[in-house]
Design a protein around this ligand. Structure first.
Ligand SMILES: [Zn+2]
Length: 236
């Protein structure tokens, strides 16, 4: 907005100041402690109360500040230079970043935030600290048929109705694997560990047997590559 209409920049700064003085969460100053900021859980998840009880905003700048805050970041305007500040991330200047890169940079930050929230909320993700390599994931999916891609996404999104999930509303199901009787009939168990599918699992890729699947980081167990934790160690 300010790139196309630089004449309104001072107006935007005034609006930010009004929100800052009014105590809107997400308005940052140099003194703002960004280390303790938490990302907002997704709609329908527990723990959204601190975000739903926020002050009411009246316009695009207020909404922008709120959205930034929901991604565990603040919009800092102390130097009259709108900078998105987030713990352990490079500052993003809204006014100085070339606009063709700005959207991508912010999207990546939001993705990292979403992945962090999911890791903390979903048991199968084991509270991992990895950074998911979305670019490699996209390239890997492109090598599969449409149908297979759908299944892979379904599995990676924890959308499989495995025995453990079915047991939450079916009293006859104890949550054990219905193929081998293992204690935890999870989707990861079915895909990587269930002895019933051993032959199918390694068909076409014998080398896969040499990988210690149990030691893989949680996202990789769900078929998602990660940037870190791929050292030459006992896992591979
Ligand atoms: Zn099994």
């Amino acid at each position: 907005m300010t790139a196309k209409h630089p004449e309104i920049q001072s107006k935007v700064q005034k609006i930010h100041k009004l929100y800052y003085n009014g105590g809107l969460q997400g308005c940052g100053g140099a003194d703002k402690n960004i280390e303790d900021l938490k990302p907002c859980p997704p709609a329908g998840a527990k723990g959204r109360k601190p975000w739903t009880n926020q002050k009411i905003v009246a316009g695009p700048i207020g909404l922008l500040i709120q959205q930034i805050n929901r991604n565990a970041a603040v919009l800092d305007c102390t130097e009259n230079d709108f900078v998105i500040r987030k713990h352990r991330e490079v500052d993003i200047s809204i006014l100085k970043t070339p606009w063709q890169f700005l959207g991508h940079q912010i999207e990546e930050t939001a993705k990292r935030c979403r992945d962090q929230t999911n890791a903390e909320a979903r048991t199968l993700l084991e509270n991992h600290k990895c950074e998911i390599d979305h670019e490699s994931l996209k390239k890997a999916y492109a090598k599969h048929s449409e149908d297979d891609q759908q299944w892979l996404r379904h599995y990676a999104n924890l959308g499989i109705w495995d025995d453990r999930k079915l047991a939450t509303f079916n009293q006859d199901n104890e949550g054990k694997c219905s193929y081998c009787g293992a204690e935890k009939g999870t989707a990861v168990h079915l895909a990587l560990f269930c002895p019933h599918f051993k032959e199918e699992r390694f068909r076409g890729d014998d080398e896969l047997q040499q990988v210690n699947l149990a030691k893989l980081p949680a996202p990789m167990k769900l078929g998602m590559p990660v940037h870190n934790m791929l050292n030459d160690d006992e896992r591979l």
